[in-house]
Ligand binder design. Structure first.
Ligand SMILES: [Zn+2]
Length: 391
């Protein structure tokens, strides 16, 4: 009798604990992983404010869809939500779906077999049960969350699928609307669950950019932070050709340099490096070497400069602008864009609502107005207009 009562109490305690973890766990995790360096309000000149308001701003990479947030509300956690994108005058944000992260994640060497942390997040955030074991389902869950924003608030958010959508959206903003545009990309093609047919499945669900790798080697080839440093596999080659055929933009962030060379040799479309630093400016293994970056740019590619330490070595607005200057000098003003890596378990010097500080620092650093317009978004809009399905 006494034992029975003890078991009952133990069960109640366990259930309460589970409820507590499921209620407060996701917010705690989000807050602890995505931080803004403490700072007093930035001093921004009238000239920078006016120029910033006149820009068409785009960002190539934010992992916001991994976290449990109501993106239509302005929240404390992390770097991005729709009200903050609007405050920062962002026209188009590329959201990127993280589907697998190895425990012990580092820039040097990760095992493909390491414990998968996104599975824990999927359980904690109560994603559909089929996403616990399928990476494709995790990607489908994330795109469905982002697309639902448009259904809930069509006056605030537009999901972009084609060059036509993009032109209509930018036209609307040009007449004074502050509606924010969003798109979806994957972070790593392990999201295909090893099946080429899933490229079409993800495309049909709304994905318009796919990266090949994240922190570990996968069926397509070697990661920049994996064990093999190998090039593209036969499966990887087939995947690239299929992405070309469907007009999916290819992101080679996190791919090994051998993979990047192999993709350049067969792709019929220019490449994106959605979030990176430039090795000659910040000599860390996270960033590929300058000559390969030049090759990507020469073939029409687009390079998004990130805001965190691993990309720029010192995460300050001034130093991010120094990285952008270095990138323009190395690659040309038509090939450099913003690739924040907001909400990618990163610590950044500002969130997306405070983007005007970049415009300010670029003016201080003597950038021309044309350079500022191009880097802040015009290059990305041009690239998207040329490489998205016409619609
Ligand atoms: Zn990344």
């Amino acid at each position: 009798m006494k034992l029975k009562r003890t078991i009952r109490y133990a069960l109640i305690v366990i259930i309460l604990l589970v409820i507590l973890v499921l209620t407060f766990g996701p917010g705690y995790l989000d807050k602890s992983q995505n931080k803004v360096l403490p700072h007093s309000p930035f001093n921004i000149s009238q000239q920078a404010i006016e120029l910033h308001q006149s820009l068409q701003i785009g960002d190539l990479h934010a992992d916001t869809s991994l976290w449990k947030r109501d993106l239509l509300e302005k929240i404390e956690n992390g770097h991005v939500d729709i009200p903050r994108l609007s405050e920062g005058n962002v026209a188009v944000q590329m959201f990127t779906a993280v589907t697998k992260v190895p425990a012990g994640i580092n820039y040097e060497k990760n095992s493909t077999e390491a414990r998968d942390l996104v599975q824990l997040i999927a359980i904690l955030e109560r994603w559909p049960v089929n996403s616990w074991s399928s990476l494709t389902q995790r990607a489908l869950h994330q795109v469905s969350n982002i697309r639902s924003l448009e259904k809930e608030a069509p006056e605030k958010f537009k999901f972009i699928l084609s060059a036509k959508d993009l032109a209509t959206h930018l036209g609307k903003r040009a007449t004074g609307s502050s509606i924010v545009g969003g798109m979806m990309g994957t972070e790593g093609s392990h999201a295909l669950d090893g099946d080429l047919e899933n490229i079409k499945v993800l495309f049909d669900a709304g994905y318009r950019m796919m990266s090949l790798h994240h922190f570990f080697d996968n069926k397509l080839g070697g990661s920049l932070h994996g064990e093999s440093t190998a090039g593209l596999t036969e499966f990887g080659k087939q995947a690239v050709l299929k992405m070309n055929q469907l007009e999916v933009m290819i992101d080679v962030s996190h791919s090994s340099e051998a993979v990047v060379e192999d993709v350049l040799a067969i792709t019929s479309r220019p490449l994106i490096v959605s979030h990176t630093g430039i090795r000659g400016h910040c000599d860390l293994k996270r960033n590929i070497h300058d000559p390969l970056m030049q090759k990507i740019a020469k073939s029409g590619g687009l390079i998004g400069v990130g805001y965190w330490e691993g990309a720029v070595c010192e995460a300050t607005p001034k130093n991010i602008v120094a990285a952008i200057r270095y990138a323009i000098d190395l690659l040309g003003e038509d090939h450099v864009a913003l690739g924040s890596d907001f909400d990618g378990a990163t610590t950044t010097p500002f969130d997306t609502s405070e983007l005007a500080i970049l415009t300010e620092e670029m003016l201080v650093a003597g950038f021309t107005e044309i350079e500022i317009r191009k880097v802040m978004g015009a290059n990305m809009m041009r690239y998207f207009a040329e490489n998205l399905p016409a619609g």
